[in-house]
Write a protein that binds this ligand. Structure first.
Ligand code: ZN
Length: 339
């Protein structure tokens, strides 16, 4: 069936929390935007350009502290859903995939770490959406409290035009990331591992990280924006204190985490920061996401690319690229946890 809810298409895939906002800047030349804003991602992007490409597997480096000056706007202006194409007919986990995931035997429960620099550290990975959400629209459409307001429990997510779903993508990248972090000695928990029919709801996704006392949490997504919009961005929690949401304690550490993830992601993948949000920084700040609002642990979202853009889709459907993406995230998390 076609997508449900305003989250599936348009500028933001919605990270499970719809409704999305209009883009906040009008997409001027990337170089202009880059010049003025947070240097973390920019530095890595420029370095990548200079050294000539992605693919290196060098160990994580601690990135220079970035400017705290730009929040790139923390607005959450709701907007009408974009009436973009619905790309019917190939939704769900039966959709063709250019490079199918390789499911690994696993459970979503935490596993004991062995040894390594992250021994004793807990990381929760949140694979955005769920391949089964398409079949459980009533369940995922019910509203949950996200502190600032009420929103849908979860959404279907987006897909490439060829039908590779965001939910497939997020599970695959999350499993790769889990392996990399476990190799570093971390204890890793997934909020879902394709082992439940739908969800979890965004509030439960946050609670899983909280209950695990996670040292870092990352929610993995890919965007569903207009063709021509390209690149990745990391979403940081705004400082929110409203109802059951209080991110005042985690906003700072989450920014640190997000900057490190962004810098390492662009180095590992060679992808440029988003050309349609974040002013070229690869960073965005939002207060309308339950998964961030309700977190008590340092947490970020990453939108790895735009599934609706053919060039980005070619990357997102490549297993080799997804491995680089996972490596970049892992390097960023390791950098954050090692300080
Ligand atoms: Zn998403």
């Amino acid at each position: 069936m076609s997508y449900v809810g305003p989250d599936s298409d348009g500028f933001f895939d919605g990270d499970g929390d719809g409704p999305r906002r209009p883009r906040r800047f009008s997409g001027g030349p990337l170089t202009v935007a880059l010049a003025a804003l947070v240097p973390t991602a920019l530095a890595g992007w420029l370095i990548w350009q200079v050294v000539g490409g992605p693919g290196e597997n060098e160990p994580a480096k601690t990135l220079p502290a970035a400017s705290r000056s730009s929040t790139a706007g923390a607005g959450a202006e709701p907007t009408a859903p974009s009436p973009s194409k619905s790309d019917d007919g190939k939704k769900g986990d039966g959709s063709p995939s250019a490079t199918p995931s390789k499911p690994k035997p696993s459970a979503s429960s935490a596993k004991p770490a062995t040894s390594g620099p992250l021994k004793g550290k807990v990381v929760v990975i949140d694979p955005g959406h769920n391949p089964g959400n398409f079949r459980h629209t009533a369940e995922i459409n019910r509203l949950v409290d996200i502190g600032t307001n009420r929103k849908e429990c979860d959404t279907t997510g987006t897909s490439t035009n060829a039908g590779y779903t965001e939910a497939q993508f997020t599970l695959d990248v999350s499993r790769r990331l889990r392996t990399l972090l476990q190799q570093q000695g971390a204890t890793v928990e997934l909020t879902q591992n394709g082992d439940r029919p739908w969800g979890p709801c965004v509030d439960e996704r946050a609670r899983i990280g909280n209950k695990a006392h996670a040292d870092a949490v990352i929610s993995v997504h890919a965007d569903g924006s207009a063709a021509g919009n390209r690149g990745f961005h990391v979403i940081l929690p705004a400082s929110v204190n409203s109802g059951s949401a209080n991110t005042t304690a985690i906003a700072g550490p989450s920014r640190d985490l997000g900057e490190r993830v962004a810098g390492n992601f662009l180095r590992a993948t060679g992808s440029a920061p988003s050309n349609y949000i974040g002013g070229g920084t690869g960073l965005d700040v939002r207060k309308d996401l339950g998964g961030l609002n309700l977190s008590t642990q340092p947490k970020v979202f990453i939108e790895c690319g735009n599934m609706r853009d053919a060039k980005d889709a070619a990357l997102l459907t490549s297993g080799a690229w997804r491995q680089k993406a996972a490596q970049g995230m892992s390097d960023g998390i390791v950098s954050f946890l090692r300080g």
